[in-house]
Structure formats: C-alpha cells, structure tokens
Design a protein around this ligand. Structure first.
Ligand SMILES: [Ca+2]
Length: 256
C-alpha cells in the first residue's frame, strides 16, 4: 500500500514537473510556480535558504577523508550507513546489521577525490521494499539543531543503468523512532529527486520538504529543523538496479 502510494505520488510529481518545465520555457520563472522547487535551479544559489555558506562549519561531509564519518565540525561528526528491507534487496556497502561498514568511493564531484556511493538491486515483493544510504548528524545518534540554516546542498548522480529516482529524506523528531514521538514512523520530510548520469548540484530548502501523503502518525506541517537526525537517500523501484552517488553535502542559507 505504501509503495503504491509512493509510486502514484511520484507519477503525479513528474506530471507537475513537465508542466513546470514547459512554463519555464514560456515564462522563465520555474521557481515561482506553486510550491514546487527545481532543486537544480541555479537561482536557488542566490535565495536566502539556498545560498552557499562560507563557514567551514556548514560542511556536512565531503567524503574526501575517505572514511565513514561526516565532518567533525559544528558539534557534528555522525557516521554513514546503508540500510535495506529484509525482503531480498541487496546493497553495497553492506549494511551494519549484516556486518558491513560504510566506505567511500573514488571519483567525487567537483573534481574531488571521493564520494559516497551505494549500489545494488531492489527486491520484488508485495511489501514495501527499499535500500538507502544515510548519515547521522551526531554520534551517538541524536537530534541536531540545524535551525540556523535554510537548507542543504549536495552533488548527486546515478550510474549507467541505474534507477534515477531517489527520495531525499531528513528524519526529524516527529518521524525518527529514536525520538519516541511517532507511532507510525519513517515518513520523513523529504523530496523526490530525478538524478541524471552526470554530477549535478542540488539545493534543497528545508521549507520545501514534505511528507508522503496518506501515512505516518503523527504528521507535521514542516520538518523540525531544530531536531534533525540525519540525511538519507532512498531508492525503492522493485526489481531495478541502482548505483547512486552523493557528495559535497553542506548546509545552505547561513544567517547573514
Ligand atoms: Ca568529495
């Protein structure tokens, strides 16, 4: 049921996207259409929520230390991990529950040496299936106050033959079970992304994140930026291979 809802939502989103693209050609004003945002729109670079931060503390992880820990700055330093369903989905690097440890891959964005990469294949099931990578903000895992920032940016691409649809998820105190508030957890505020096979920069204003419709208890109006747990990138297309690259994660929209 959840998977069907997600798929329907994505289909609707893609239709909207086509409409936005068309309007862009006509009016050149994609960012002003409705509530949708094009996360690769360069105009976000100059928006209050999306502009780059100069502070070194805004670097979440550039992967270039070639280890499984995010940048140890700003009271952070959480670790990367992978996850999957228990229904046959395979993911590399192997998830911790199966004895694996996350590792970075050579060939980062912006000509940097390393990036986070996950690859594998999503299983076929009548239950929801998924695989993903995530990074916690702090270690041990806990809430992090990111309310001084307006959003995040990162670079991403899909390898040849990979699915290109990825859902960005930002677990917060309402949706992460570790916060103890949700009875139906994991419907994190997020955004569906359509990656290309080339590195592209994505800018995600926090206020543009939404939950998937139809499930999750309780549900919120917006992500709680004062209590964020991490960032996840998830694929869920059944019977499809994935090869997803993420790099140069940063906070955006620092206070001036
Ligand atoms: Ca990098």
């Amino acid at each position: 049921m959840t998977t069907n809802l997600a798929r329907r939502t994505w289909t609707a989103g893609r239709s909207t996207w086509t409409a936005i693209t068309t309007l862009t050609l006509i009016a050149g004003a994609a960012s002003s259409v409705g509530c949708k945002v094009n996360p690769t729109d360069p105009a976000l670079e100059t928006s209050s929520a999306g502009r780059a931060c100069n502070s070194p503390e805004a670097v979440i992880c550039d992967a270039d230390d070639n280890n499984n820990q995010s940048a140890v700055v700003g009271g952070r330093g959480g670790y990367w991990y992978t996850y999957s369903d228990m229904l046959g989905t395979e993911v590399w690097p192997l998830q911790g529950a199966k004895g694996g440890t996350f590792e970075m891959s050579p060939g980062g964005a912006e000509n940097s040496p390393y990036a986070a990469r996950i690859k594998g294949k999503v299983a076929v099931s009548d239950q929801p299936v998924q695989a993903g990578a995530g990074v916690n903000f702090v270690d041990p895992k806990g809430a992090y106050d990111a309310s001084q920032y307006g959003g995040i940016s990162f670079w991403a691409k899909a390898g040849p033959g990979s699915v290109t649809k990825v859902r960005l998820k930002i677990p917060d105190s309402l949706t992460d079970p570790d916060a103890g508030k949700c009875s139906e957890c994991f419907n994190d505020f997020g955004m569906d992304l359509m990656l290309s096979n080339e590195w592209e920069k994505y800018i995600i204003p926090f206020k543009k994140l939404t939950q998937l419709p139809g499930w999750g208890k309780p549900r919120g109006f917006s992500v709680n930026t004062s209590e964020l747990y991490g960032i996840q990138f998830q694929v869920n297309e059944q019977d499809k291979p994935f090869d997803i690259w993420i790099d140069q994660l940063r906070f955006t929209g620092c206070p001036e």
